[in-house]
Design a protein around this ligand. Sequence first.
Ligand SMILES: CC(=O)SCCNC(=O)CCNC(=O)[C@H](O)C(C)(C)COP(=O)(O)OP(=O)(O)OC[C@H]1O[C@@H](n2cnc3c(N)ncnc32)[C@H](O)[C@@H]1OP(=O)(O)O
Ligand SMILES: O=C([O-])CC(=O)C(=O)O
Length: 465
Amino acid sequence: MRGASSLLRRLASTSAPTLNGYSETAVRCLSTGTELKSLLAEKIPEQQERLKALKKNYGGKEVGNVTAEKVIGGMRGITGMLWETSLLDPDEGIKFRGYSIPELQKTLPAAKEGGEPLPEGLLWLLLTGEVPTKEQVAGVTADLAARAKLPAHLPAVLAALPKDTHPMVQFSTAVLALQPESQFAAAYAKGVPKTKYWEYAYEDSMNLIAKLPNVAAHIYRTTYHGGKLIGFKQNLDWAANLAHMMGYEEEEAVELMRLYQTIHADHEGGNVSAHATHLVGSALSDPYLSFSAGLNGLAGPLHGLANQEVLGWMLDVKKQLGDNPSKDEVKDFVWATLKSGKVVPGFGHAVLRKTDPRYMCQREFALKHLPDDPLFKLVSLFYEVVPGVLTETGKVKNPWPNVDAHSGVLLQYYGMKEQNFYTVLFGVSRALGVLSQGVWSRALGLPIERPKSVTMGSLEKMVQK
Ligand SMILES: CC(=O)SCCNC(=O)CCNC(=O)[C@H](O)C(C)(C)COP(=O)(O)OP(=O)(O)OC[C@H]1O[C@@H](n2cnc3c(N)ncnc32)[C@H](O)[C@@H]1OP(=O)(O)O
Ligand SMILES: O=C([O-])CC(=O)C(=O)O
């Protein structure tokens, strides 16, 4: 591996810079993507042995208890799944392979010195557990670019949907429409041995991740810009291409896209989109089928759709209370929302018990780039007012803002005002985490998921024993 990097450095110094400062030859050398796949191949046997030993030596140990409340309460608090790519701490928030978001911002390669991380670097980290070099990230960028082209039938599939179809429905449909290209499904049908499943899951996952910016931009341009498509650029990184094909070229907007695509990627395994992807994948449904299932979960208003809901709710506040509402006016508005039977979108969390670090890093981005934006001021006012109101209800376990409370404000600042599209951007990012874990699930030979369910009658008998 180190040999490949130094070879790349040598190659990079011999010809004119193209992609992120690397020569055409260097990029071509890595564009096969073999370095990432071979590093994975090197790491997998060790992890398979680790899991085997865990099962053999400690398989009988208890790691928690299941109460009737947990059975009724959406399995909240039950440890019941392996998820290697990230781990969530209720107070500290998400860590990707052990790295917090501020650590990633410092550690992962960026497009320019001091800039936001390139999501391709996060993909490498999620898959291998190692922080990549700049050269390795350039290799992933080139590999994804080589896989990015959409099949000819895809636009026709999307065009057949009614015009007002929600972008998330279009997105999930598009992912299913890519499924005929599944190498995993084809290999399974041919009867390849289980030991090779991960390789086909890897190829499908990389192909899918590569195509998602094209898919998302196609949906965006056809839904909101009269179908005027903008072409893919070979010399742009993955997130920059997404911004470019959507119609956003300004460097700050591109940096936001890189940050957005990095921080939404993974949130351990129990959230709805990750768990749905994992569950469906456990039946050996291929990455296209399983990721589409995950997207359908992400489209729910208590999960990823909340970022769309937040902007709508904020615009309602603005419409009713004007640009500079007082704290008391906002407080009354929050109470009115609660009394009407609705949740306050962007606040609360099933696991987190402090402000989401993904919220904080978006807030820092706003403080740096758009401190005077009226909607940012409004979102800051909510941060001051909403937690107090939710605490007063006496039932909300976490009154603090989550990631969705902030993202829309940043997107609209750079002109992406179509809030119904926001969850598609979330979904593009989420692919990095759930598909990386999917590769590991197949590599580790994780079995079909099948928790036990009970009827109320059988639960009553169990608790009365
Ligand atoms: C990327 C993401 O998915 S982050 C989450 C995005 N979702 C949102 O922002 C939607 C608003 N938030 C919520 O609805 C919730 O906080 C959830 C779904 C995120 C978590 O739900 P839970 O784990 O059930 O939260 P919790 O245990 O605190 O719920 C207790 C009660 O407080 C209510 N509650 C929790 N958060 C809120 C909120 N933001 N507004 C109003 N009520 C809330 C719950 O609805 C529940 O009420 P109930 O007992 O009458 O059914
Ligand atoms: O962890 C959760 O339940 C929801 C969430 O924040 C995410 O999936 O990003």
